[in-house]
Design a protein. Structure first.
Length: 367
């Protein structure tokens, strides 16, 4: 497969994302993809993500990978994977980012490993929440996003995997035009789950090379994951609750005084009886309040599964877009920046210094 690296879309701790233009068209591979790349010498996590995306490639709720390769760029060997772009007339779009393959390139003297991923022109959910300026998103739109994420989680869990890092940064928005609606500027918006690099295989095996270490982002992690490094499907449900709360409020799911240390924060989330502050039913619907309460059950054995929550009244119907530009039947929101967050290093000592995507606790409030 021949391709050209385009504009940068995002960068994280171990990989970066670029727009990719496919110059030798192949069946089933779109002209525009997202290329996720890392140095070949540091590509273990990206190789794992490619393997998982291949495993989920026939899943209607996971983003496709079109392949991989290795390139030499700027004196470095890079490993690349190729991800899917949106399909304008797709009736039932998947809810997990697709991978179209991988390769290796040499760029600027480095060998890079690349995977080719679905291109999500709507950006990530974190950017959309941030653009709300602390007001949050319309509740009907939050319902739509939440249902899509639950469908993705339901499928992952059925296949024996826990995502381990559900948060707004890892949920991408794909824009899809629909000519059948005869509405000017009509766009469907689909939330898709991305970044499987921290996924945990409940059946064991080589996917769990970091077994015993922390996976995820502390402010969105379940108590059992922080304290015992336990990862079960219900751990993703807690993280989903934190994500839904951020969508509804426009803020971080937890609020701590700046004097609190990272260890204090972890102990509060993991060991105390506290849960994230749920707004009253005067600010959000009773269904939303009940949904969040079911996500924030401290004991994972008593917490709802994704399948159970799919039948909850809060997400049972889809009824609104994220923006005013869409028709009343539109599902999602758009934004123009694809954001890639860094993958946290495993191990408790690294976690204390890396668990927040901010420089200090005073900056934790906005997503």
């Amino acid at each position: 497969m021949h391709w050209i690296r385009g504009e940068a879309l995002g960068r994280g701790g171990f990989a970066f994302v670029s727009k990719g233009i496919i110059t030798s068209q192949q069946d089933g591979i779109p002209h525009i993809v997202a290329v996720k790349s890392s140095k070949s010498s540091e590509s273990d996590s990206l190789v794992k993500e490619k393997k998982l995306l291949d495993r989920f490639n026939n899943c209607p709720f996971i983003i496709r990978c079109f392949g991989d390769d290795t390139t030499e760029e700027d004196g470095q060997m890079l490993y690349n994977i190729f991800l899917d772009c949106e399909e304008p007339n797709e009736i039932h779009p998947p809810f997990i980012i697709r991978c179209f393959g991988d390769d290796t390139t040499e760029e600027d003297g480095q060998m890079l490993y690349n995977i080719f991923l679905e291109y999500a022109s709507g950006g990530c959910l974190a950017d959309i929440i941030k653009s709300s300026d602390g007001r949050g998103l319309p509740e009907p739109a939050v319902k739509n996003q939440t249902r899509s994420i639950l469908m993705a989680l339901s499928h992952m869990h059925a296949l024996g995997y826990v995502h381990c890092d559900i948060k707004p940064h890892n949920i991408l928005i794909v824009e899809q035009g629909d000519e059948r609606k005869n509405v000017k500027n009509y766009v469907k918006h689909t939330a898709k789950l991305a970044d499987l690099g921290s996924a945990f295989n409940m059946r064991g095996g080589e996917d769990n090379e970091d077994d015993g270490g922390f996976r995820g982002t502390v402010l969105y992690a379940a108590p059992e994951s922080i304290i015992n490094q336990t990862y079960v499907p219900q751990s993703d449900v807690w993280s989903l609750g934190c994500t839904v709360l951020s969508m509804l409020t426009g803020k971080s799911p937890w609020k701590f005084e700046s004097s609190k240390t990272a260890t204090d924060v972890m102990m509060t989330i993991g060991c105390s009886d506290q849960i994230p502050n749920i707004p009253s039913s005067k600010k959000i619907s009773k269904d939303a309040v009940d949904f969040l309460k079911k996500c924030f059950v401290k004991d994972p054995r008593s917490r709802c599964s994704a399948d159970m929550l799919l039948d909850h009244p809060f997400v049972r119907t889809r009824d609104a877009p994220l923006t005013g530009k869409c028709s009343s039947h539109s599902r999602r929101h758009h934004h123009h920046h694809h954001h890639l967050t860094s993958r946290l290093s495993h191990g408790f000592s690294s976690l204390v210094h890396s668990c927040f995507h901010v420089h200090d606790l005073a900056a934790v409030s906005p997503v």
